[in-house]
Design a protein. Structure first.
Length: 122
């Protein structure tokens, strides 16, 4: 079962040796004034897989069915250097968000962490 996070830290969590699936934390946005949102996927030491795609999913109710909001293109392992990959999220009415990975091949090492960034104003 995923953890539902109600604080302002906006951390979807970290996975070791990434595989296809959601990161461990679901964020409860409640009502947000955010003009713009992005998710930073922070990668370190990835080996073994073929490629990795990042996505964000949303749901109106806790424990409900999630729908893809945005899915990035698969990034080949050769291009997945340690660093941050930012995925812009269009404005959404979904209250609950989760970050997910789609892995091609079998990763043997590395970590991926996802953090939500919200921007208010210009």
């Amino acid at each position: 079962m995923a953890n539902v996070i109600y604080d302002k830290k906006h951390d979807f969590g970290t996975v070791n040796t990434p595989a296809t699936g959601a990161l461990p934390n679901i964020l409860n946005l409640g009502e947000t004034d955010a003009e713009r949102m992005t998710v930073d996927f922070r990668c370190e030491g990835l080996t073994g897989g073929t490629s990795l795609a990042f996505s964000v999913q949303g749901c109106a109710t806790e424990g409900g069915s999630y729908t893809a909001i945005v899915t990035g293109a698969a990034i080949p392992l050769a291009d997945l250097k340690a660093g941050v990959y930012q995925l812009p999220i269009p404005r959404t009415k979904f209250k609950f968000l989760k970050a997910a990975l789609t892995a091609a091949g079998t990763f043997t090492a590395g970590t991926v962490q996802a953090i939500l960034n919200t921007y208010v104003g210009k």
